[in-house]
Write a new protein. Structure first.
Length: 473
């Protein structure tokens, strides 16, 4: 019909995926439109098929009902080329029962000569606006009508914008990302189903917690290129990476039952390369503990398991050490994701809410760390007094001297160093410096970057000149 195309036109973004494949939008997608100095909140819903009993269409209908309940004006988008269909009439009856004002946007009216195609829809009894969402024709009249119907806030520039912490929820398909968003938001914002790939668009949700505002982005599950078939799936992966690149903190969700896979490691590398702060979230931890306890009971029933126990001693499942399992699991994660050694790990169940309260403090900690600025005098005093540069030098290499260091930027913290080296520092030396900085300053969860500059002769103090100046004095 063109709902997502109209949404993107109104908001001036490419937030909703637009393809020729029907049924791509499933969750509620929120955006802001500005018109005549005023701001409107726009919601794009999935295509509604009221009588479809399949799981995802039913969830789309439920999500649409939630959007309708909060909306001030409803816009029913219909296809001007196809003409009136029984489904259009059924949806109009559905909207009429809500008691909310609604209008019809008759899409794909690309020329004045085609406006007659919209005439058939007059029998629905709602105001009609012929539009071409792809080109923007007629959208101005629709926005004027929206302003007349609803109370709006001041323009986006005039609104007091609170500082928002952008958080992307990333991971493979079906690891529990949408459940995680719903848990953090305290409402069903994303459709949750056992079918991998249910989420395709990036779903933004603003949440206020503890006096702070967060914008969570539930991204589509990222698969390897060879695993994606639909055009929409390929687009959703691109948009998921785009959602990652505009966030401050990434929650890397891993299925606790399956452990860290090659796919998880690949997605983790995307987050690290993009300079995002990362929290590793081991989801479905309750199921992982049950599975490990059952496996321990099965092992205890074998001949080898019996041989490990004292004569007459019985296996007691209640003595299973979940803390030990967590310790071993974290050690395994650190081994597989060595490049994310700085990322905190949290074990939780998004479905039950167990240990989910630990997430907000970790997000705050990582966000503050990525924006932390260390003053130049403090950095250079630390370098001079506390760091033994020769400890990090590789054998037979030219000794590294760092004459001066300053923090060039934040988000992520980036340090500019003036050294005696023409060639880039060896990665092991950079790792040594990173460990030294992390040991002194709190940069939990955030990557650290280094920029190296050779200190040229002109940069060095001229001793003879300083001596002459001293004699003149």
């Amino acid at each position: 019909m063109g709902k997502s195309t109209l949404f993107n036109r109104l908001t001036g973004t490419r937030r909703s995926i637009v393809t020729n494949e029907p049924g791509i939008t499933r969750d509620r997608i929120y955006g802001k439109a500005e018109w005549r100095g005023r701001a409107l909140e726009i919601v794009d819903t999935g295509g509604i098929v009221p009588d479809d009993k399949a799981l995802i269409p039913q969830e789309i209908l439920r999500q649409a009902h939630m959007a309708i309940k909060k909306a001030a004006l409803l816009v029913l988008v219909v296809d001007g080329h196809s003409g009136m269909t029984p489904l259009d009439e059924e949806l109009a009856r559905l909207l009429r029962t809500t008691g909310k004002p609604f209008v019809l946007a008759v899409n794909k009216i690309d020329a004045v000569s085609q406006e007659a195609n919209a005439a058939a829809f007059h029998r629905i009894g709602a105001p009609i606006f012929p539009i071409a969402a792809e080109h923007g024709t007629g959208v101005d009249d629709l926005l004027d009508a929206a302003l007349a119907q609803v109370s709006v806030v001041d323009s986006i520039e005039e609104e007091k914008q609170p500082e928002v912490i952008e958080v992307a929820i990333i991971g493979r398909p079906n690891v529990g990302k949408s459940t995680m968003l719903n848990r953090m938001a305290g409402e069903d914002r994303s459709i949750v189903s056992p079918i991998p790939g249910t989420t395709m668009d990036n779903v933004d949700t603003e949440v206020t917690h503890g006096g702070r505002t967060y914008r969570f982005v539930d991204t589509a599950g990222i698969r390897r290129k060879g695993k994606t078939t639909l055009v929409a799936e390929k687009l959703s992966v691109v948009m998921a990476r785009r959602g990652l690149e505009r966030c401050d903190v990434a929650l890397l969700v891993v299925d606790g039952e399956q452990g860290v896979t090659q796919g998880d490691a690949q997605i983790a590398s995307y987050a690290e390369e993009s300079g995002r702060s990362v929290v590793i979230v081991i989801n479905k931890w309750d199921l992982a503990v049950v599975a490990a306890r059952d496996a321990a009971s099965r092992d205890a029933a074998t001949a080898k398991g019996k041989a490990r126990r004292a004569p007459g001693e019985r296996h007691k499942p209640e003595n299973f050490d979940a803390g030990r399992l967590m310790f071993d699991y974290e050690k395994m994660i650190r081994g597989k994701l060595k490049f994310l050694s700085y990322a905190p790990i949290v074990f939780l169940s998004a479905k039950t809410g167990e240990r989910a309260e630990k997430l907000f403090p970790l997000i705050n900690q990582c966000w503050e760390a990525r924006r932390r600025k260390i003053s130049t005098p403090v950095l250079n005093n630390w370098l001079k007094e506390e760091v033994d540069l020769q400890r990090g030098t590789t054998p037979k290499a030219r000794p590294v001297r760092i004459y001066y260091v300053t923090q060039a930027k934040i988000a992520p913290p980036t340090f500019l160093m003036f050294t005696n080296q023409k060639n880039p520092l060896h990665f092991s030396y950079e790792r040594f410096l990173e460990n030294q900085i992390r040991g002194k300053f709190d940069f939990v969860g955030t990557p650290i970057r280094f920029i190296q500059r050779l200190r040229k002769r002109a940069d060095r103090p001229d001793k003879s000149r300083h001596a002459a100046e001293a004699e003149d004095e």
